[in-house]
Design a protein around this ligand. Structure first.
Ligand code: ZN
Ligand code: ZN
Length: 362
């Protein structure tokens, strides 16, 4: 709070609320001044909010609001700042809110709830100030993310025993999701991607009723949420025997993936990591079919910063957890993607995904 230009913040983006308070419910607003932090939620969460906020041990107080939580929060902040301003003349009456995650309608509602003299100037849109903090995982968070990635590995080795021609893609997705829940996941971090045969050329092919072919690639991209943190991994396997051309493309994607993983280190730019993958594919004339970025940050949300994409000047820092997931897609023919989670360390990268990457034939 000392480092930002506003004396108070209203946090309504739920992943940010969770990060700062420990509260996991679906309705909350967190009000922060330089002296205090207060979480506003509703009566459904009286017990849960008290328990979770206490367990997080971050000194946040809980208040159950009778109306909308964010309105109660902004009114509390206005009162706090009013008191402070009365006590010391330097306090400016401003509350920062996250412009990225706030609707125009919400701002109107907050304004209407304020005393008329505060309506015009109190609310100050800012960039997201919390998400960048979330990019840097501490040891406890890394431990949870290792577990989430390990559960992904378990699910992959299990699904290899299920895959066979004729089974619909949705059955593969269902088995992954059922087993994830049976093994303790709170949910999946995104809609499971199972894309077989020609559908593997769709980078985000959600599972359909299409039966798995006798021969062809099968891409599975999935993740679990474990203790609030997301995992994300992709493996592409082959049903039957691949042609030499298919195998060559697989080997190129794998080489690109490993090259980018090897490039991960604190201080390297995200663009350099992307280029480490892209240049390998360029060398074998496949770069035109690598149609997305190399990866993304992952944590409380499945897609966070930093973006691992071409020309990104942002530098990797210790504690970031990113994905490395180059892919090559030939529309109407086939596609391949391989994705690991990697934690950035001072000297390199700790790969959190341990499933085998050599082409598996089933
Ligand atoms: Zn993925
Ligand atoms: Zn991903």
């Amino acid at each position: 709070m000392a480092a930002i230009p506003v004396p108070a913040l209203l946090i309504t983006n739920l992943p940010d609320v969770r990060y700062l308070s420990g509260f996991t419910g679906s309705n909350a607003a967190l009000a922060i001044t330089r002296r205090a932090a207060r979480l506003f939620t509703d009566g459904r969460y009286t017990t849960q909010a008290a328990e979770e906020v206490k367990a997080a041990g971050l000194g946040v107080k809980v208040e159950i609001a009778s109306g909308p939580a964010s309105v109660a929060a902004i009114q509390w902040l206005a009162a706090q700042l009013g008191e402070q301003a009365a006590a010391d003349k330097t306090t400016i009456l401003q509350v920062g809110f996250d412009a990225t995650h706030t609707t125009v309608a919400e701002v109107d509602r907050w304004r209407e709830a304020l005393p008329s003299k505060l309506r015009r100037k109190l609310l100050t849109p800012t960039a997201s100030l919390v998400e960048p903090l979330r990019h840097l995982k501490d040891e406890d968070e890394l431990a949870v993310m290792r577990q989430a990635a390990a559960l992904g590995d378990e699910l992959f080795s299990h699904i290899l025993t299920i895959i066979q021609p004729g089974i619909p893609e949705t059955a593969i997705a269902a088995e992954l999701e059922y087993q994830a829940r049976m093994r303790g996941a709170e949910g999946m971090s995104f809609e499971t991607i199972v894309a077989s045969g020609v559908r593997s050329a769709l980078p985000h092919g959600r599972a359909t009723q299409t039966p798995l072919p006798r021969r062809g690639f099968l891409t599975m991209d999935f993740g679990v949420i474990l203790n609030g943190y997301c995992s994300d991994m992709t493996r592409t396997v082959y049903l039957g025997k691949p042609s030499i051309a298919e195998r060559n493309v697989y080997e190129a994607v794998l080489a690109a993936q490993e090259s980018a993983v090897a490039a991960v280190r604190a201080g390297v730019t995200c663009g350099e990591v992307d280029e480490a993958a892209r240049s390998i594919l360029r060398d074998v004339q496949l770069a035109d079919w690598f149609t997305h970025s190399t990866g993304h940050g992952v944590g409380i949300e499945i897609h966070e910063g930093p973006r691992i994409a071409a020309n990104q000047a942002e530098k990797l820092a210790p504690g970031m957890v990113i994905t490395i997931e180059p892919g090559v897609y030939f529309p109407g023919d086939f596609g391949i993607r391989i994705e690991d989670m990697v934690a950035v360390t001072r000297t390199g990268g700790e790969v959190l995904t341990h499933s085998p990457k050599a082409l598996i034939e089933l």
